[in-house]
Design a protein around this ligand. Structure first.
Ligand SMILES: [Zn+2]
Length: 478
């Protein structure tokens, strides 16, 4: 296999991304257009995210379930907005078992409808609420302009589906899920996301309110990497999810749904990567440390043995470590490869290092250059070095986001700001005004930030009074 490096990010962001996901062995192209094969290096990152989020979901009292991937087409037709929102993306099975089916089957693009059907069956009284379900699954949404991790025809995700007695409890759940996603993004992926609500035009099909986490990628675009929806009684009404309240009266439940997908990995790549390739936050790096023993002949045996010993110590200290002792490759080649694949810290052990009782350490980013640390203390020092690197990536991304976000008061200044970042603006909240902005600049309202202060002004484009009671973030998005 040859690795020629990737087109520099600074030259062509899109080419950089498309080449990198393949060369770093995260994915390969699937045989069907728009599908992806997730390779072990990429899947390990997903597993690390998944394990953390699954812990949060279970801790909060949800149970994992698994519903069928085939959904009767009639289920989709019950909720008008839902079917309208999803029908262009549906894959439908019409023939199975060698026969034309009486009713076509939709391959799930999301599972509100089938889960709604079973919630109706399982919920009878207020004592059955809240019903807190989650499933880890693959879903299918036919993509016309696919992009690895960001928009693929089939992707992996979790979808939470819950039913509650009233709006207050359902809203508490909606906000809990948003907080869990924000925590995952910040603490594991080191992405400084902005939390908040979507404007009505950006809502999930069939939702009353949609909340999102948005991160800024290094080309200044926004990536939505987790959403949480308060569905009101919309799905409860069409699927007949009712319960007997304490007075014996039959009332509709309030439902929520929320999802985080393999898209988050695209966010990690585009938040931290640079001209040389991936830069992985240690908490989701398949290998946090790669040790490269250096030397020929007798020296090679000595350094390889020292590398294996150190790897053993690091494993006991809870560090994910890999020893690259492939004999046929030059050290420089290995260094480039692990840089491209984003390994946070590389440890080199040469014969002279061994004689001096040290190892040479190189971080994937930062201006500290190479550093020598005592071999005998390496296993004790590296966990702290990795934690510092994790924090450094978060701070760096946060600084980048803040430097590329600005208040914009007038239409004149807007196109330039959204060409490289986000604009913080007053907007009138009218759909025709949103549409006109999108037609001219491709920018859309990303989020009404939860933590923005209360402010009022006039719409930067049309001059009408502002909606939302605060400034909102506008930008181009993935
Ligand atoms: Zn306006």
């Amino acid at each position: 296999m040859s690795r020629e490096g990737v087109t520099p990010q600074s030259e062509d962001f899109s080419a950089w991304y498309n080449e990198l996901v393949i060369q770093a062995e995260l994915v390969d192209r699937g045989p069907v257009r728009g599908t992806m094969v997730i390779r072990p290096y990429g899947y390990r990152m997903w597993e690390l995210l998944q394990a953390d989020l699954d812990g949060r979901i279970k801790e909060a009292g949800h149970g994992n379930a698994c519903f069928p991937m085939f959904i009767p087409e009639s289920y989709f037709k019950r909720e008008a907005e839902h079917v309208e929102g999803f029908s262009p993306e549906l894959a439908v099975v019409t023939v199975a078992g060698g026969k034309e089916l009486e009713e076509p089957l939709v391959v799930r693009p999301t599972s509100e409808t089938v889960i709604g059907e079973y919630m109706a069956k399982w919920i009878e009284s207020h004592r059955d609420l809240p019903l807190l379900l989650n499933q880890w699954a693959n879903v299918v949404r036919w993509e016309l302009r696919p992009r690895m991790f960001l928009r693929t025809t089939e992707f992996l995700w979790q979808e939470g589906h819950t039913a509650h007695a009233d709006e207050e409890d359902a809203m508490r759940e909606t906000m809990w899920a948003l907080g869990a996603y924000a925590g995952l993004a910040r603490e594991l992926a080191a992405i400084p996301v902005v939390e908040g609500e979507k404007t009505p035009s950006e809502r999930f099909a069939g939702a009353e309110r949609t909340y999102t986490i948005e991160g800024m990628m290094r080309d200044g675009r926004a990536l939505q990497s987790g959403t949480s929806h308060y569905l009101g009684t919309n799905f409860a009404k069409v699927f007949d999810i009712t319960y007997q309240d304490e007075d014996g009266k039959l009332v509709h439940a309030h439902t929520t749904s929320w999802g985080m997908s393999t898209r988050m990995l695209g966010g990690v790549i585009m938040t931290h990567g640079d001209d040389k390739g991936l830069v992985l936050p240690p908490r989701i790096a398949p290998y946090q440390v790669v040790i490269v023993p250096i030397g020929r002949d007798d020296a090679a045996e000595r350094t390889a043995a020292a590398a294996r010993d150190l790897a053993g110590e690091l494993k006991r200290a809870g560090v994910r470590v890999h020893v690259d002792d492939r004999p046929q490759l030059r050290p420089g080649y290995k260094f480039n490869e692990w840089e491209l694949r984003g390994v946070p810290v590389r440890v080199e052990i040469g014969p002279r290092d061994l004689d001096g009782g040290v190892v040479t350490l190189a971080r994937r980013l930062g201006d500290q250059g190479k550093e020598q640390i005592p071999l005998g203390r390496a296993a004790e020092l590296l966990p702290g070095i990795l934690e510092d690197f994790q924090a450094f990536l978060y701070t760096r991304a946060e600084r980048f986001r803040d430097e590329h976000t600005a208040d914009v008061e007038s239409w004149d200044a807007f196109p330039d700001q959204v060409s490289h970042g986000w604009a913080r603006v007053f907007h009138c909240g009218r759909t025709d005004c949103e549409d006109a902005i999108k037609a001219d600049t491709a920018a859309t309202p990303r989020v009404i930030p939860s933590d923005a202060p209360e402010e009022h002004g006039v719409c930067f484009r049309c001059g009408e009074p502002s909606a939302y009671g605060k400034r909102i973030l506008y930008g181009r998005s993935y």
